[in-house]
Structures are given as C-alpha cells and as structure tokens.
Design a protein around this ligand. Structure first.
Ligand SMILES: CC(C)(COP(=O)(O)OP(=O)(O)OC[C@H]1O[C@@H](n2cnc3c(N)ncnc32)[C@H](O)[C@@H]1OP(=O)(O)O)[C@@H](O)C(=O)NCCC(=O)NCCS
Length: 197
C-alpha cells in the first residue's frame, strides 16, 4: 500500500535495559514454557533490548556461569510480528561485541531439541552443538506435559557454544548503548517476510 513502510533491522536500536524486569516478562515467556524456571532467573544477569520507535520489540538476557571467561545467553525473544527480519541476529551480534570487550571467550546457549527453528537460528548465529541434556524439560522443573514443538515432544535440551573473538585493537566501536546493533551485518531475506510493524 502506498505510504506503508517495511520495518528494517536498521530501524532498531539495541541498548542495555535498566527498567523493571517484570515489564519484559511477556517477552521472556515467548522463550520459556516454565513459569517456575522463569521466576528463578528473570532478575538475573543483564538484558539487552531492541527498540523500535522507543518500544521494546526484542530482548536477550546474559548471565555469568561458574567458569571464568564464559557467559550464558539465558533467554531471548523477538515479538512474533517482527521475527525473521534480523532483529534476533542483531541482538546476538551486539552481545558478542559487548562480551568481547569484557574478555569473555565463550558464549553458551541451551534450547529444546524439539525447536527446529531455534536450532537453525543459533547455528546461523555461529553457535555449534556442544552436548545434549536428556529429559531436561520435565514436570518436576515446571514444564507442562505433552508439549509438542514441530511435531516433536519437548523433552531434551541441546547446549550450544560459540567462541567470542578477541576484540581487535582500534577505535572504539559503537556498543549496545547508543548505537544500532548489528544491522549493517544483516543479509536481507528475500522471501517477503517484511511487513509493517
Ligand atoms: C528465536 C528468535 C529470537 C530469532 O529472532 P528473529 O529476529 O526472528 O531471528 P532473525 O530474523 O535474526 O533470524 C536469523 C536467522 O535465523 C532464521 N530464523 C529465525 N527464526 C526462524 C524461524 N522461525 N524459522 C526458520 N528460521 C528462522 C532466520 O531465517 C535467519 O536465517 P537466515 O539468515 O538464513 O535468513 C525469534 O524467532 C523468537 O523470538 N522466537 C520465539 C522465542 C524463542 O523461541 N526464543 C529462543 C528460545 S531458546
């Protein structure tokens, strides 16, 4: 339609989130089926958000692990109407840049073995499979029984990791505060997923 504008990843600004975590709970719930698990980690670590016209349209949460030089991407999501346009990838790119400046060398992430889209997403973001945790998603940890994703029962967890490249010396690059993140690296999809935000 004339006058309509397709949202581009370059319209999105990525920054550190400092507001109340409860205001992001609905976004966290897009990536977490267990309210009990989410209660246990919602307040932890740091959160980057993607903002479009000032509104939060995506987030990721990073937490430290017990091992030095290592961090875990604990939860991330993009609003469904804006998925598939590179915002998730831009969030991960901003996180990698942030962690590189902090001399973190390894980033972990875990996701359901049943979530084929997520398995693809993380591998497209440079992660490689590390291990399988069988029967991780059980009623005991607050996951409802009988959840099926992509026709596969929600049961096992896949751990991924990716190396964080050491930051090259040079002029400081824009970080997640005050700059668009990762947009310039995004290859536009050619499958017509763009739509109005
Ligand atoms: C996973 C998620 C955060 C990815 O964010 P996004 O903005 O949609 O992802 P991007 O547009 O940056 O996609 C990057 C790549 O992953 C692919 N991808 C993302 N979502 C996909 C999907 N649903 N199906 C297939 N591929 C997908 C993209 O096609 C792209 O690959 P390409 O370069 O080959 O085109 C988002 O889809 C989401 O919020 N999902 C629901 C919550 C969730 O499951 N979070 C993760 C829990 S572990």
């Amino acid at each position: 339609m004339p006058g309509q504008r397709t949202t581009q990843v370059s319209d999105v600004r990525i920054e550190t989130y400092t507001g109340p975590r409860r205001e992001l709970r609905a976004l966290f719930e897009l990536a977490e089926d267990s309210p009990a698990e989410l209660d246990g980690y919602l307040a932890l670590g740091r959160v980057l958000v993607a903002r479009l016209d000032g509104h939060v349209v995506g987030h990721l949460q990073v937490v430290p692990t017990e091992r030095p030089g290592e961090a875990e991407l604990k939860n991330m999501a993009v609003l469904p109407r804006l998925q598939g346009r590179g915002i998730g990838r831009a969030l991960v790119a901003s996180l990698v840049e942030l962690l590189a400046a902090e001399r973190v060398t390894t980033l972990l992430v875990a996701t359901a073995a049943a979530g084929l889209d997520n398995l693809r997403f993380y591998q497209r973001c440079g992660f490689r499979m590390r291990s399988i945790e069988r029967d991780a998603f059980t009623e005991a940890t607050g996951y409802p029984p009988g959840v099926v994703i992509d026709g596969i029962e929600l049961r096992d967890r896949v751990w991924f990791d990716r190396a964080i490249p050491a930051r090259r010396p040079g002029p400081p690059s824009p970080g997640p505060d005050g700059a668009q993140g990762g947009g310039g690296q995004h290859e536009e999809r050619g499958d017509g997923v763009g739509a109005d935000a």
